[in-house]
Design a protein around this ligand. Structure first.
Ligand code: NI
Length: 248
Protein backbone atom coordinates (compact mmCIF):
# COMPACT_ATOMS: atom_id res chain seq x y z
CA UNK A 1 0.00 0.00 0.00
CA UNK A 2 1.12 3.55 -0.74
CA UNK A 3 0.49 6.98 0.72
CA UNK A 4 -0.14 10.13 -1.32
CA UNK A 5 1.92 12.50 0.83
CA UNK A 6 0.66 15.66 -0.89
CA UNK A 7 -2.72 16.31 -2.48
CA UNK A 8 -5.38 19.01 -2.51
CA UNK A 9 -8.69 17.16 -2.19
CA UNK A 10 -10.92 20.20 -2.24
CA UNK A 11 -14.46 20.81 -3.43
CA UNK A 12 -13.36 23.36 -6.04
CA UNK A 13 -11.55 20.50 -7.88
CA UNK A 14 -13.61 17.39 -7.12
CA UNK A 15 -17.36 16.80 -7.17
CA UNK A 16 -17.24 13.59 -5.15
CA UNK A 17 -14.26 13.33 -2.80
CA UNK A 18 -15.51 10.04 -1.30
CA UNK A 19 -15.36 8.51 -4.77
CA UNK A 20 -11.78 9.80 -5.26
CA UNK A 21 -10.74 8.24 -1.93
CA UNK A 22 -12.42 4.95 -2.85
CA UNK A 23 -10.65 4.85 -6.22
CA UNK A 24 -7.32 5.56 -4.51
CA UNK A 25 -7.85 2.61 -2.15
CA UNK A 26 -8.69 0.34 -5.07
CA UNK A 27 -5.33 1.37 -6.52
CA UNK A 28 -3.33 0.53 -3.39
CA UNK A 29 -3.21 4.11 -2.14
CA UNK A 30 -4.70 3.73 1.31
CA UNK A 31 -3.43 6.92 2.95
CA UNK A 32 -3.57 10.53 1.84
CA UNK A 33 -2.10 13.69 3.32
CA UNK A 34 -4.17 16.70 2.29
CA UNK A 35 -2.30 20.01 2.18
CA UNK A 36 -4.00 23.29 3.05
CA UNK A 37 -3.00 26.49 1.24
CA UNK A 38 -5.17 29.25 2.71
CA UNK A 39 -7.89 29.79 5.31
CA UNK A 40 -10.65 28.26 3.18
CA UNK A 41 -8.70 25.11 2.28
CA UNK A 42 -7.32 24.73 5.82
CA UNK A 43 -10.93 24.52 7.04
CA UNK A 44 -11.68 21.93 4.37
CA UNK A 45 -8.66 19.89 5.45
CA UNK A 46 -10.11 19.68 8.96
CA UNK A 47 -13.49 18.55 7.63
CA UNK A 48 -11.83 15.68 5.71
CA UNK A 49 -10.00 14.12 8.65
CA UNK A 50 -12.95 11.92 9.61
CA UNK A 51 -12.80 10.08 6.30
CA UNK A 52 -10.64 7.11 7.25
CA UNK A 53 -6.91 7.31 6.67
CA UNK A 54 -6.81 10.97 5.74
CA UNK A 55 -4.25 13.21 7.40
CA UNK A 56 -3.78 16.92 6.97
CA UNK A 57 -1.33 19.79 7.00
CA UNK A 58 -2.30 23.40 7.67
CA UNK A 59 -0.52 26.40 6.22
CA UNK A 60 -0.58 29.50 4.07
CA UNK A 61 0.93 29.05 0.60
CA UNK A 62 3.27 31.78 -0.71
CA UNK A 63 0.85 32.55 -3.56
CA UNK A 64 -1.70 33.58 -0.92
CA UNK A 65 0.61 36.14 0.65
CA UNK A 66 -1.47 39.15 -0.46
CA UNK A 67 -4.78 37.89 0.88
CA UNK A 68 -3.62 36.24 4.11
CA UNK A 69 -4.67 37.70 7.49
CA UNK A 70 -3.16 37.36 10.97
CA UNK A 71 -6.28 35.47 12.01
CA UNK A 72 -5.45 32.73 9.44
CA UNK A 73 -2.31 31.93 11.43
CA UNK A 74 -4.25 32.03 14.69
CA UNK A 75 -6.68 29.52 13.22
CA UNK A 76 -3.81 27.24 12.19
CA UNK A 77 -2.18 27.43 15.62
CA UNK A 78 -5.47 26.66 17.34
CA UNK A 79 -5.93 23.46 15.30
CA UNK A 80 -2.40 22.04 15.43
CA UNK A 81 -3.30 19.83 18.37
CA UNK A 82 -5.65 17.72 16.22
CA UNK A 83 -4.09 14.23 16.18
CA UNK A 84 -4.44 13.96 12.40
CA UNK A 85 -2.83 17.33 11.66
CA UNK A 86 0.70 16.13 11.16
CA UNK A 87 2.62 19.11 9.76
CA UNK A 88 2.61 22.78 8.81
CA UNK A 89 2.26 23.24 5.04
CA UNK A 90 2.11 24.01 2.32
CA UNK A 91 4.45 26.90 3.04
CA UNK A 92 7.47 28.39 1.32
CA UNK A 93 8.60 30.77 -1.40
CA UNK A 94 7.51 31.15 -5.01
CA UNK A 95 9.44 33.64 -7.15
CA UNK A 96 8.02 32.35 -10.41
CA UNK A 97 4.63 34.03 -10.17
CA UNK A 98 5.10 36.22 -7.15
CA UNK A 99 8.54 37.76 -7.36
CA UNK A 100 7.41 41.27 -6.39
CA UNK A 101 6.14 40.03 -3.01
CA UNK A 102 9.49 38.49 -2.01
CA UNK A 103 9.85 40.30 1.34
CA UNK A 104 6.26 39.59 2.37
CA UNK A 105 6.67 35.93 1.40
CA UNK A 106 9.83 35.52 3.48
CA UNK A 107 8.08 37.08 6.47
CA UNK A 108 5.05 34.78 6.13
CA UNK A 109 7.31 31.74 5.61
CA UNK A 110 9.36 32.50 8.71
CA UNK A 111 6.26 33.08 10.86
CA UNK A 112 5.13 29.56 9.96
CA UNK A 113 8.58 28.00 10.41
CA UNK A 114 8.63 29.54 13.89
CA UNK A 115 5.24 27.97 14.57
CA UNK A 116 6.51 24.55 13.45
CA UNK A 117 9.53 24.89 15.70
CA UNK A 118 7.36 25.96 18.64
CA UNK A 119 5.09 22.92 18.32
CA UNK A 120 7.83 20.55 17.15
CA UNK A 121 5.99 19.75 13.91
CA UNK A 122 7.45 18.92 10.49
CA UNK A 123 6.96 21.28 7.54
CA UNK A 124 5.88 20.74 3.93
CA UNK A 125 7.82 23.10 1.70
CA UNK A 126 6.88 24.70 -1.63
CA UNK A 127 9.93 26.28 -3.28
CA UNK A 128 9.86 27.53 -6.84
CA UNK A 129 12.77 29.47 -8.33
CA UNK A 130 13.71 30.35 -4.77
CA UNK A 131 16.15 27.64 -3.67
CA UNK A 132 18.76 29.90 -2.09
CA UNK A 133 16.28 31.91 0.00
CA UNK A 134 14.40 28.74 0.99
CA UNK A 135 17.58 27.18 2.34
CA UNK A 136 18.52 30.41 4.17
CA UNK A 137 15.09 30.55 5.87
CA UNK A 138 15.09 26.85 6.80
CA UNK A 139 18.55 27.16 8.35
CA UNK A 140 17.25 29.66 10.90
CA UNK A 141 14.78 27.18 12.44
CA UNK A 142 15.01 23.73 13.95
CA UNK A 143 12.65 21.99 11.55
CA UNK A 144 12.53 18.93 9.34
CA UNK A 145 10.00 17.77 6.78
CA UNK A 146 9.43 17.31 3.06
CA UNK A 147 10.50 19.39 0.07
CA UNK A 148 7.27 18.97 -1.85
CA UNK A 149 7.48 18.54 -5.66
CA UNK A 150 11.26 18.45 -5.65
CA UNK A 151 12.74 19.07 -9.10
CA UNK A 152 16.12 20.67 -8.38
CA UNK A 153 19.71 19.64 -9.01
CA UNK A 154 21.59 16.83 -7.28
CA UNK A 155 23.57 19.44 -5.38
CA UNK A 156 20.35 21.00 -4.04
CA UNK A 157 18.96 17.55 -3.21
CA UNK A 158 22.05 16.79 -1.14
CA UNK A 159 21.76 20.06 0.80
CA UNK A 160 18.11 19.43 1.70
CA UNK A 161 18.77 15.82 2.69
CA UNK A 162 21.67 16.87 4.89
CA UNK A 163 19.32 19.35 6.60
CA UNK A 164 16.95 16.46 7.47
CA UNK A 165 14.45 16.81 4.63
CA UNK A 166 12.86 14.19 2.41
CA UNK A 167 12.14 14.86 -1.26
CA UNK A 168 8.53 14.63 -2.50
CA UNK A 169 8.46 13.02 -5.95
CA UNK A 170 5.37 13.32 -8.17
CA UNK A 171 4.25 13.11 -11.82
CA UNK A 172 7.06 15.44 -12.91
CA UNK A 173 9.33 12.37 -12.85
CA UNK A 174 7.29 10.88 -15.72
CA UNK A 175 7.57 13.96 -17.97
CA UNK A 176 9.67 13.75 -21.11
CA UNK A 177 12.66 16.10 -21.32
CA UNK A 178 12.89 16.14 -17.54
CA UNK A 179 16.26 15.49 -15.92
CA UNK A 180 14.74 14.69 -12.53
CA UNK A 181 15.20 10.96 -13.24
CA UNK A 182 18.97 11.42 -13.51
CA UNK A 183 19.06 13.36 -10.24
CA UNK A 184 16.86 10.90 -8.33
CA UNK A 185 18.95 7.94 -9.46
CA UNK A 186 21.78 9.36 -7.33
CA UNK A 187 19.57 9.96 -4.26
CA UNK A 188 19.11 7.26 -1.62
CA UNK A 189 15.61 5.78 -1.66
CA UNK A 190 15.45 6.42 2.08
CA UNK A 191 15.15 10.15 1.28
CA UNK A 192 12.14 9.88 -1.05
CA UNK A 193 8.38 10.06 -0.54
CA UNK A 194 5.70 9.81 -3.24
CA UNK A 195 2.96 12.35 -3.88
CA UNK A 196 0.60 13.49 -6.63
CA UNK A 197 0.02 17.21 -5.89
CA UNK A 198 -3.51 16.49 -7.16
CA UNK A 199 -5.27 18.06 -9.00
CA UNK A 200 -2.04 19.29 -10.64
CA UNK A 201 0.93 17.57 -12.34
CA UNK A 202 -0.88 14.54 -13.78
CA UNK A 203 1.68 11.84 -14.68
CA UNK A 204 2.28 10.43 -18.17
CA UNK A 205 0.29 8.76 -19.79
CA UNK A 206 -2.67 10.64 -18.28
CA UNK A 207 -1.59 14.19 -19.25
CA UNK A 208 -4.56 16.44 -19.96
CA UNK A 209 -6.70 14.76 -17.30
CA UNK A 210 -7.19 15.97 -13.76
CA UNK A 211 -4.78 14.29 -11.34
CA UNK A 212 -5.94 12.32 -8.28
CA UNK A 213 -4.34 10.27 -5.47
CA UNK A 214 -4.89 6.90 -7.22
CA UNK A 215 -2.15 8.01 -9.65
CA UNK A 216 0.49 7.47 -6.95
CA UNK A 217 0.62 3.92 -8.28
CA UNK A 218 1.68 5.20 -11.74
CA UNK A 219 4.39 7.34 -10.13
CA UNK A 220 5.44 4.40 -7.93
CA UNK A 221 5.94 2.21 -10.99
CA UNK A 222 8.21 4.82 -12.60
CA UNK A 223 10.20 5.20 -9.41
CA UNK A 224 10.52 1.39 -8.87
CA UNK A 225 12.01 1.15 -12.35
CA UNK A 226 14.54 3.91 -11.65
CA UNK A 227 15.71 2.18 -8.46
CA UNK A 228 15.32 -1.38 -9.77
CA UNK A 229 13.16 -2.37 -6.79
CA UNK A 230 9.79 -4.10 -6.61
CA UNK A 231 6.55 -2.25 -5.84
CA UNK A 232 6.57 -3.99 -2.44
CA UNK A 233 10.07 -2.83 -1.55
CA UNK A 234 9.28 0.72 -2.67
CA UNK A 235 6.12 0.73 -0.58
CA UNK A 236 7.95 -0.60 2.47
CA UNK A 237 10.79 1.93 2.27
CA UNK A 238 8.66 4.99 1.46
CA UNK A 239 6.20 4.12 4.25
CA UNK A 240 9.09 3.89 6.70
CA UNK A 241 10.31 7.29 5.45
CA UNK A 242 6.85 8.76 6.06
CA UNK A 243 6.78 7.26 9.55
CA UNK A 244 10.15 8.84 10.31
CA UNK A 245 9.26 12.36 9.25
CA UNK A 246 5.53 12.60 10.02
CA UNK A 247 5.21 10.05 12.80
CA UNK A 248 2.16 8.30 11.26
NI1 NI B 1 0.58 21.47 -3.48
Amino acid sequence: MFCDTHCHLFQEYYEDIDEIIKLAKENRVNRMIVAGCDDKSNKEVLSLLEKGEIYGTLGVHPEEVESFKESDLEFIEKNLSHPKIIAIGEIGLDYHYEKETKEKQIKLFELQLALAEKYDLPVVIHSREATQDTIECLKKYKVKGVIHSFSGSLETAKIYIKMGFLLGINGVITFKNCNLKDVIKEVDLHSIVLETDSPYLTPVPFRGKRNEPSKVLTIADYVSEIYHVSRETLSEITNANIQRVFDI
